[in-house]
Each structure stands twice: as C-alpha cells, then as structure tokens.
Ligand binder design. Structure first.
Ligand code: PLP
Length: 424
C-alpha cells in the first residue's frame, strides 16, 4: 500500500541525498498548507511525526474493510483483523530483529511500555535498597515510573551524568554501578540534545554487573538501526507516532525469559487462559501483557509506517537527517544571540536552542506567525534543564520531509524574532 518508492535525488530541494525529497513531501498531505498565509514549516517531529498517505489510507481502509475485535471472533472479519494485527507484530519483530514475534508487546506508547517494565519488574525483582541507574537526559517517561517504584518499594535512583556538550559519561556511569544495581534504564537518544548514547557499552557494563537494561528508544528508533539481539538488550521501548505511524500504539520488546517470568501489568479480558474464583491462569505471551481491547486499527496501520521507513531505507533516512541537521547547526550558529544547547559527538536531528533575551515560548509563538512550528518548554526533561540552569529551551527537530529550505525559513523567522525584540 505504500505510495513511496525511493528514487535518485533530483536535487530540486537541495537535499543531496539518494532519495527524492519532493516525492517524499508529496506523500505528506499535511505539509501542503499555509499557516497565517505562510507555507507550513514543520520542525516538531521529535514530539510527533506527520503521517504519509500510506498510513492515512491504511487506517481508513481498515475501518472500511478489515475492522473487528481481534482474537475473540470466530467469524471471517475478526479472523482477518487478527491476522492483520499479528502481521504487524511479525513486521516489528523483523524491524528490530527480535528472535520471536511473541517478544513484541503492543502498548499505547513508550510511556506505557516503560511503566509496564517498572511495574512488573520493579515490584517483583526489586527490593528496598536496590538501585536503578538513569541518566541526566531522561524524558519524564523514563523517570516518573521509577520514582513511583521508589515510593512503593524503597529503591534508590542514581543519575548518570553528562558532560557540558551533552555526551554520556561512560566512566562516570561505570562508577555508579554497584552490587545493588539491578536495572539500568537509559535513553537511546535524547529528545533535547539529540545525544545518541553509547548503548553497547552501557549494556556490556550493566550485564557484567548482573544488572538488566531498558533502553528508551522513542527518539532513537527513527534515527538509527535497532537490532535488539545484537544489542543484547533486555527491554526496548518505542512509540508508533514518532515513526510516522498512528498515535495510541507503541512497542515493548522484552527478552522472552522476562516476559515469561514477570507478572502481567494490567488484568482483564484477552490476557487469561482461565479465570477461577481462586486462581487465574494467564494466557501465554504476548497476550499475557495485552489486556482488554487493544488499539486494533492503529496496530494494523502501524505496519504501513514501518513499510514506509523501509521503503526509504534507514540509511537514507539517517543520511538525510544528518545533512539537514548539520546544515541547521551551521546556520543557527551564525545568528547572533542564538545558543545551541549541547554539542554531542553522536547526534540525532534534535536541536535545542535559546535566543538571548527572548523566552523560548515567545520564540515559538513568533516563529509560528511565520509558519514555523517548533516546540518550547522543558520537553519533559526538567532534571536536565534544572542542571543547566534553564527553565526552558526552544527545540527544532528534523523529520524525513524537512529540507534546507525549511531551515532557511527557521533562521529567517529567528532573525525576525530578534528584530521584534530589538536584539543586537
Ligand atoms: N522518551 C523519549 C526520549 C521521548 O522523546 C518521548 C516523547 O517525546 C517519550 C519517551 C514518551 O513517548 P510517548 O509520549 O509516545 O509515550
């Protein structure tokens, strides 16, 4: 169903990558509109990416032709919907190279996936005094669930530091590992600095100390190849909506041994084999973790978003994003009073910045009037912002559809903002 096929670059939009950026942009109908009379420049894909036609068409097609509740009906439509739902599981398995489809659990998103692990693992495998290591860059989705477990179980939370450029400090992390470290829960890519963390080393060090590892892949899954077997990671989480897919669907990958051992997160229909007054027998994995009616049409449609990414090729996607990100960094650096936050060695297409003398919310509001959509605030990373003595930052993030023209518009809008605030 994908409407996109990768072709050689025509160079029309200064992309320089091996794919046709014009054709990609045509695949995203939402981009073809104006805001306040200006062409929309969408630079907020780290919050949620826009959807290609194949995804939009697939959800419509599903509701028109394929939809029924899954796993329960004995009629054709339900069996077909069940098959489509399981096809997506098989697709995700291949996409992240899990060893079995049953290691893929569908959730509402990254947040729910991390809560699942914190709850199921935290309440059974952790006791008072056990330690969880997070990093200074974590999104609240990978902090609050552990704080809830701390309140319930009495665990300790340690924070691995980063340097002033936003690089993860592996040797400092190593020093934090102790005989009480049970789980290391770290972002694979920061949603503020773009830092791609040295996950192979983190996993190696954690495993050597007998700890398990959860990676928050919400940002990284769009910016890097994810191979969970090669990483040997215990838990990997991501959201469909940041991967050009629908909202309401996310993934928890977990090694089979954990899914079989841990208790379910929530209970209800579809996750049981038998319910007696005195005893419940859980369904085998993955159903054990998918209680109630799941976001069926969204999961079915999520298959199309992975196909979309595959049709472009992750290599092309990364190459394009790096090119646009580097162009943006170079141009932003040249604007007086703009400060880019962090300068990590390995970076995804996320750029946090400030403009001296202008509050980030004012920057985002003024840019919006020029049709440029960026984000402002703490980006659910208050611990990081506090450490940097910042209440908020502005953030531009790059998606597959962004061009150098978009970055030129961003910079022009920032110049306009500087004029409004009469900055030198
Ligand atoms: N982790 C990171 C690094 C994120 O950037 C986000 C969302 O921005 C999340 C977790 C939460 O994702 P979701 O809201 O899709 O659950």
């Amino acid at each position: 169903m994908s409407t996109f096929t990768a072709v050689k670059n025509e160079g029309s939009l200064k992309s320089g990558c091996e794919f046709n950026i014009r054709q990609i942009r045509e695949d995203f109908p939402i981009l073809n509109q104006s805001c306040y009379g200006k062409s929309l420049v969408f630079l907020d894909s780290a919050a949620s990416a826009q959807k290609p036609k194949s995804v939009i068409n697939a959800i419509k097609y599903c509701y028109e032709h394929e939809y029924a509740n899954i796993h329960r009906g004995v009629y054709l439509l339900s069996e077909r919907a069940t098959q489509m739902y399981e096809n997506t599981r098989a697709k995700v398995k291949d996409f992240i190279n899990a060893s079995e489809a049953s290691e893929v659990i569908f959730t509402k998103g990254t947040t729910e996936a991390i809560n699942l692990v914190a709850s199921s693992y935290g309440e059974t495998a952790l006791s008072a005094g056990d330690e969880v290591i997070l990093s200074r860059m974590e999104h609240h989705a990978n902090i609050v669930p552990w704080q809830l477990i701390k309140e319930r179980v009495g665990i300790e939370i340690k924070i691995a530091p980063i340097d002033k450029n936003g690089n993860f400090l592996l040797h400092e992390f190593e020093k934090l590992i102790s005989s009480r470290t049970r789980i290391v829960a770290i972002t694979h890519a920061s949603n503020v600095l773009g830092t791609i963390t040295p996950v192979s080393d983190i996993i190696r060090l954690a495993h050597a100390a007998g700890a398990v590892v959860l990676l928050d892949g919400a940002q990284a899954v769009v910016h890097s190849e994810v191979n969970v077997q090669k990483l040997d990671v215990d838990f990997y989480t991501f959201s469909g909506h940041k991967l050009y897919g629908p909202t309401g669907v996310g993934v928890l990958y977990a090694k089979k041994k954990w899914l079989e051992k841990l208790p379910p997160y929530i209970g209800g229909g579809a996750m049981i084999s038998e319910v007696k007054k005195e005893k419940i027998i859980y369904a085998p994995i993955p159903e054990k973790y998918e209680a109630g009616t799941m976001p069926t049409a969204e999961v079915i449609t999520f298959n199309e978003s992975i196909k979309f990414v595959e049709s472009i090729g992750m290599d092309n996607l990364i190459k394009h994003e790096n090119e646009i990100t580097n162009y943006a960094l170079e141009k932003l650096k040249k604007i007086n009073s703009v400060k880019i936050i962090g300068n990590p060695k390995n970076k995804a297409g996320v750029i946090a910045f400030t403009v001296k003398g202008v509050h980030p919310h004012d920057i985002a509001t003024i840019l919006d009037e020029d049709g440029v959509a960026i984000r402002a605030g703490h980006h659910c990373c208050q611990i990081f912002h506090k450490k940097m003595n910042l209440s908020a930052t502005a953030r531009a993030s790059i998606g597959v559809y962004n061009t150098k023209d978009d970055i030129d518009m961003l910079c022009k809008a920032i110049e306009n903002c500087r004029k409004i605030f009469d900055l030198k």
